[in-house]
Design a protein around this ligand. Structure first.
Ligand SMILES: Nc1nc2c(ncn2[C@@H]2O[C@H](COP(=O)(O)OP(=O)(O)OP(=O)(O)O)[C@@H](O)[C@H]2O)c(=O)[nH]1
Ligand SMILES: [Mg+2]
Length: 203
C-alpha cells in the first residue's frame, strides 16, 4: 500500500530528471553552451566566454527547464579525450552534438566523431539534438546545409533535430532544449532507463 501511494505521489509531484551528454569535437563551443544554459535556465550566471578554457575533465550543469531537471555533462572534444565519451553513454537520456558551423575545414572530423558515437550500442535510441553553433560568425552554414553535409538519414533512425544557435548570444538555444525535453519525456530510451533504475532499486 505504501509503495503504491509513494508511486502515485512520485508520479504526480516529482519532476523527471534527464542526463544530457554534450558532445562535439574540440573548439565546437560545448562549454560556452553549457555556461549559457546555466545563465538561461538557472539563477546562476554562467562563466563568460573569455574565462572558459579547453575541457580536459568533465563539466556539469544542473538546471530546471520545462518542468524537468536537466543534468548536462560536457566532455572534452580533443582527439585524445574522445575515448572517454563512451563511459557516459549508458546513462545518457539524450545527446547534444555541437558543431562549429563556421569551420568548414573540420566538418569531416565532426561527422566521423558523431557517426562513431551513434554507432555505439550504449547510445541506442537516444534522441539527438545537433547545434549548428557560431551563427554570429560570418560564413556559418545553416541547419539545412549542415543536415545535408552530415547526411543524417544515412546515419540513423533516431529522433533528431538540427538547430542554428549562437552559444555567445543564446540565439536558438531555447527552441533546441524545448524540443529535446519533449523528446526525452516520451522516448523509448527514457522508458528503458527508467526500467533499469527501477530494477536497480528493487534488487
Ligand atoms: N563567435 C563565437 N565563438 C564561440 C561560440 N561558442 C564558442 N565560441 C568560441 O569557440 C572557442 C571554443 O569554445 P569552447 O566552449 O571552449 O569549445 P569546446 O567545444 O568546449 O572545446 P573543448 O573543451 O576543447 O572540447 C572559444 O574561443 C569560444 O569563445 C559562438 O557561439 N560564437
Ligand atoms: Mg569544453
Amino acid at each position: 500500500m505504501f509503495s503504491l501511494l509513494y508511486g502515485l505521489w512520485k508520479y504526480l509531484f516529482s519532476k523527471a530528471e534527464f542526463h544530457v551528454l554534450i558532445l562535439g569535437i574540440d573548439k565546437a563551443g560545448k562549454t560556452t553552451l553549457l555556461e549559457k544554459l546555466k545563465t538561461i535556465y538557472s539563477d546562476f550566471e554562467g562563466l563568460p566566454p573569455d574565462r572558459i578554457v579547453p575541457t580536459v575533465g568533465l563539466n556539469i550543469g544542473r538546471v530546471e527547464a520545462y518542468k524537468s531537471k536537466l543534468i548536462f555533462w560536457d566532455l572534452g572534444g580533443q582527439l585524445g579525450l574522445r575515448t572517454i565519451w563512451e563511459k557516459y553513454f549508458e546513462e545518457a537520456h539524450a545527446i547534444v552534438f555541437v558543431v562549429d558551423a563556421a569551420n568548414h575545414a573540420r566538418f569531416d572530423d565532426a561527422k566521423s566523431a558523431l557517426e562513431k558515437a551513434l554507432r555505439h550500442k550504449d547510445l541506442q535510441d537516444a534522441p539527438l539534438l545537433i547545434f549548428a553553433n557560431k551563427q554570429d560568425v560570418q560564413g556559418a552554414v545553416t541547419a539545412d546545409e549542415l543536415t545535408t553535409f552530415l547526411d543524417l538519414k544515412e546515419i540513423d533512425e533516431r529522433p533528431s533535430f538540427v538547430k542554428e544557435i549562437s552559444a555567445y548570444d543564446g540565439t536558438g538555444i531555447r527552441d533546441g532544449v524545448m524540443w529535446l525535453v519533449e523528446e526525452m519525456k516520451r522516448s523509448k530510451r527514457s522508458e528503458m532507463l527508467r526500467q533499469h533504475s527501477d530494477i536497480n532499486v528493487v534488487v
